[in-house]
Design a protein around this ligand. Sequence first.
Ligand code: T1G
Length: 696
Amino acid sequence: MHPPVRYQIVDNLAIVTIDNPPVNALSHPVREGLQTAIARAVEEHDVSLILLLCAGRTFVAGADIREFGQPPRKPHLPDLLNQIEACSKPVVAAIHGTALGGGLETAMACHYRCAVREARFGLPEVNLGLLPDAGGTQRLPRLTGVEAALDMMISGRPIGAGQALETGLIDKILDSGDIRAEAISWAQSLAASGARPRPVSAMDVPGEDCNAGFFADYRNRIARKTRGLLSPELIVQCVEDAVSIPFDQALARERSRFMECKSSPQSAALRHLFFAEREAAKIPGLDPSAVPRQIAKIAVLGAGTMGSGIALACLEAGFDVQLLDSNEDALSAGQERISSLLDKQVEKGRITANEAADRARRLRLAQAYEALSDADLVIEAVFESMEVKRDVFAALDQACRQGAVLATNTSTLDVDRIAQATSRPRDVLGLHFFSPANVMRLLEIVRGAQTSDEVIATAMAFARRLGKVGVLVGNCFGFVGNRMLYGYGRESQMMLLEGVPPERIDRVLAGWGMAMGPHAVGDLAGLDVGYKIRRERTDLPDDPCFYRVADMLVERGRLGQKSGSGMYDYQPGDRAPRPSAMVAQMIREEADRLGVAQREVSDQEIIKRCIFALVNEGARCLDEKIALRASDIDVIWVNGYGFPRFRGGPMFYASQLGLRNVYDGICRFRETLGDRYWRPAPLLEKLALADDADGW
Ligand code: T1G
C-alpha cells in the first residue's frame, strides 16, 4: 500500500501531499502521516515553508465518516490541527475540488490558503447531525465574520472560490490550471517576502454584526428550517462562544457539544442515510459488462403536471427534450407551465436569464409519434390507466428506433403488462418521478421481469445526471413507495372514523417530523388521484371503512386544493388548510352509519399506527425482494415522501426502536384493532424473535 501522506523537498519548501482516495478523508493513517510530516518539516533546517496539497480529485472532504462508529484514535484531529497552526514555519494550503468539514478545518489551521477557481468550501457537518469538531466553529467566524460563518455551518452548503476570497476565507485564487506549480511559486514568493505563521486562532472575530439581539434574531430566522434538529442550535452556541470567550475554552466546549451530537440518535440516522444514498447506486448482481447507453435526446409523453415537470428536470440536466401530447391545448399548457417555472427561477435568482433561455430552446413540442423516431429515452407520463398505457407503448414500439429506452412513469401499475404491449420488453422499465418532478430528489427505477441489465445501468446513470437518487425497485402494485403509502394512508383514514380530527392527525405527524401531515398531503396531491387508482384495483380489502372518508370527499367534488376544498377548506389564493365543520360532521355521520366506535386515541398511538404500518409493509417489500435493502426503503421515504431525515427512514427508525418493540406494538394493535391489517410481516416476526436481532 502506498503511504497516505507523502513528503518531498523542493528547494526550501516541504511539500506534504495527502493521497487517500477517493476523497482524501482524514482517516487515522492520514492524521498520523500528517503529524509526522509536519514534525519533520519543522526539524529540517533548510525548510522555510510547508505546502499542503492533495492528490487525486479533491482536497480533503472531511473526517472519515466510517470511523465515527469506532473508538477515537490518536492523534485526534483537533489536536493535530492545533499543532499545525502552532507550527513555527508558515504552512500554506492549496485547495482543489472540495474542502469540506475537517478538510476545510485543516485548511483554516494553515496560515495561508490558495485555491483553484473551481474549488468549493463548506462545513457540511450539520447534514450528518454534527457540528465542526476541529476548531471550525471558532476559526471560520474569525476569517469570514459571524454571519457568513453561521450561514455556511447551518445550511451546510459549500461556497465557491470567488465568495471564499471575498469573505476572507482564502487569500488567493490560482488560475493557471497547474495547481501544484502555481502553488509552489506562490509559496516561494511568500517565503521570499518573509511571511510569518499567521494563526487564525489569534485573530479577533470581526464583531460589527453581533450585538446582543443578533443571535436571537438568527435563531428565529432558522427556526423553521431546523425544526427537530439538535446540531444547529449547538452550532449557534459555539459561535456565541467565539465572540465571547477565549479560543481554547471555546474549543473545549465545541468538543463537548460535538460529542453530544455524535452520540445522538439523529446523527446516527443522518450518517446512515449518507451511506444509504450511496449504497443505493450499487446494484448487486448486475452484469458488470453492462454499459449505460448514451442518452442525449429525451422525449416525454403527456404534457400534464407530471410530464412537464419531468421535461423541466431533463432540461435542467442539459438534455434536449421533446414534449409530446396529442392534445394541442394540453401541449401549449404544458409549455406555458415550463416557461413560467423557468421565469420564477430567474426571478428568484436561481438561474440566469441566459440559462432559462437555453433551457427553453432545448424544448421542442410535438403532437405525433413520428417525432419520437430519434429519441434515446422516452418517458411516458400519460393518464394512470393500464389500457391507455398499453396503447401508448404499442405505439411507441412502432415509432421508436431500436435501442431506445422506453420508460413508464406509472406510480402503481404493473410494468410487465405495459412492457408486454411492445415487442421489446428488455428495453422497458419504470421511472417513477415524484411531484414536483424537477424538485423532488427521488427516482424509483422499476425493474420489469425482462428489463435488461444495460437498461437498468442506463437508468441509474440517468438518475445521477438528473442529480437525483435513483433507487432500483421490483415490480408490484405501487412498487416500494406507494405500496407502503397504502398502509400509512389507511391508518390515517381509519383514525378519522374513530373520531380523531384530520388536523390533529396532521399536527401530530408533522410534529413528529413528517414534512406535512397525510391529510394536508392528500389535499395538495389531489384526492381524485388515489380515488382513480383505487377504482382500478381489483385486490382491495372487502372493508367499507377502507379509505372511506377520502372516497366520500371525492364523490362530493372536494378534490383538494385544486377544487378549493378537500379534507380542509381553503380560501381563494391561500394554501393554508382550515378545518371544515362540514367534513367533521360528514365523518361523524359516516362513522355512525358504519358502526365504528369512537375512541380516545393518544398522540403516541397516532404516530405508531402510521409508522408501524409503514415498517410492516416495508418488511414485506424486503422479504419479497421488491426492495433490495432496508436502506433503500429509507432512501425512498426520506427523499420522496417527506419522512424526517433525522429519523433515518422508517426501517432505520424501526431498528433504533428495536425490532422487537415494533413487533410487540403491532401485536398489540392486532389485539385492539383486529388482525385484518395488523398481522406482523413474517420477516419482521422472524427477526424480532431471533435472539440477536438488532436490524434488518
Ligand atoms: N468519509 C468517508 N467516506 C467518504 C467521505 C467521508 N467524509 N466522503 C465521501 N466518502 C466516500 C463515499 O461514501 C463514497 O464511497 C466515495 O467516498 C465517493 O463519494 C472533524 C466532524 C466529497 C462531495 O460530510 O459530500 O469532517 O460509495 O460518491 O459525488 O469537523 O462525498 O464509493 O464506497 O459522494 O464525487 C464532513 C461528505 C465530514 C463530506 C464527493 N464531510 N462527502 O462527492 O462522490 S464530518 C462531509 C461528500 C467532519 C469534522 C467533521 C461527497 C463529496 P463509495 P461520492 P462525489
